[in-house]
Design a protein around this ligand. Structure first.
Ligand SMILES: [Zn+2]
Ligand SMILES: [Zn+2]
Length: 307
């Protein structure tokens, strides 16, 4: 019998891992809240991580409260044609929805807040639109002030809701042309961390956008900041019962540009979340900073220096 000619593209049928994964998981912030709570158990910063879990729960409420305004067609067209990120965070004109998201998040967390947090939330709720836009601007550009520190987790949370909601309206084909590997193909923001995701064949490294939650594939042997393929080294914190090679969390350091970014191994812990696990491993940042490396991507729920 002759070999049938397969015309539907299924020849060999090797499952392909996608290059870009858009944030279409409708429960993404609820799952992050669960992860924060799991990480809090027995953690020296348990109260902090539980507070972050509450913010993530409030993000989920805000996410479901409204729909994304459509992205303007010319932006989609230039993304498809020239690989321009369609909602580039620094130039995108934010809709008022993000401030509604922020007010929802503040209102939700406020219900169970006490003490200093209650005061912070009252101050934040009293800020006018212009002040909120200025805060958002500083957070996106990476110039938050020490005076902003208490507001950052809430403003960052609202921006994540707003931008991830927009990103989820895209099709992967809209953003596939972007070939700058070191920034998000949707919003041009730097990644918060890498995740080694268990794929059909082997683990692939995805960078996770700090803002819109999109993930994009990048080869493992390159620095995620300067793309140098030499001089990478991995640092981790010793954990009882685990060898260094077995660590869930490592810092990938680059000897060329002296930067680092964390990399989480999903094979070692199926529930890793780049944003939550990052904040649960701030001790590693301290260690790596001491070695003279500068972190290359932000966590928008955290003002550096406020730890
Ligand atoms: Zn993004
Ligand atoms: Zn580098």
């Amino acid at each position: 019998m002759p070999t049938p000619i397969i015309t539907d593209g299924s020849i060999g049928r090797v499952p392909q891992s996608p290059r870009i994964v858009l944030p279409t998981n409708a429960q993404r912030f609820a799952e992050r809240a669960d992860r924060f709570e799991a990480l809090a158990n027995g953690h020296p910063m348990a109260d902090y991580l539980r507070a972050m879990a509450q913010i993530a729960r409030a993000q989920q409420v805000a996410l479901q409260a409204r729909a994304a305004a459509p992205i303007a067609e010319p932006l989609l067209a230039s993304s498809r044609q020239y690989g321009m990120p369609p909602v580039s965070a620094q130039s995108h004109e934010r809709g008022a929805e993000w401030r509604a998201d922020l007010r929802d998040i503040v209102a939700t967390v406020r219900r169970s807040a006490s003490g200093q947090l209650r005061d912070t939330l009252a101050q934040l709720a009293a800020l006018g639109d212009d002040a909120l836009e200025t805060l958002a601007e500083r957070l996106i550009v990476g110039t938050t002030l020490d005076a902003d520190a208490a507001f950052v987790p809430f403003v960052g949370a609202a921006l994540q809701v707003y931008f991830s909601r927009l990103a989820a309206t895209l099709e992967a084909g809209d953003v596939e042309k972007c070939d700058v590997a070191t920034v998000c193909p949707v919003c041009a923001t730097r990644p918060v961390a890498s995740v080694l995701r268990v794929g059909p064949q082997n683990a692939l490294r995805y960078l996770h956008c700090a803002l819109c939650e999109t993930e994009w594939n990048m080869v493992r042997v390159k620095c995620s900041s300067c793309e140098a393929d030499k001089g990478l080294a991995y640092l981790s914190i010793e954990q009882e019962g685990r060898s260094a090679a077995d660590a869930v969390t490592k810092a990938e350091t680059c000897g060329e540009c002296r930067s680092y970014l964390k990399i989480f191994n999903q094979d070692k812990d199926a529930f890793v979340d780049p944003v939550a696990d990052d904040l649960a491993t701030l001790a590693l940042d301290v260690l790596v900073d001491e070695q003279g490396f500068a972190r290359s991507g932000p966590n928008l729920l955290f003002h550096p220096g406020s730890g």
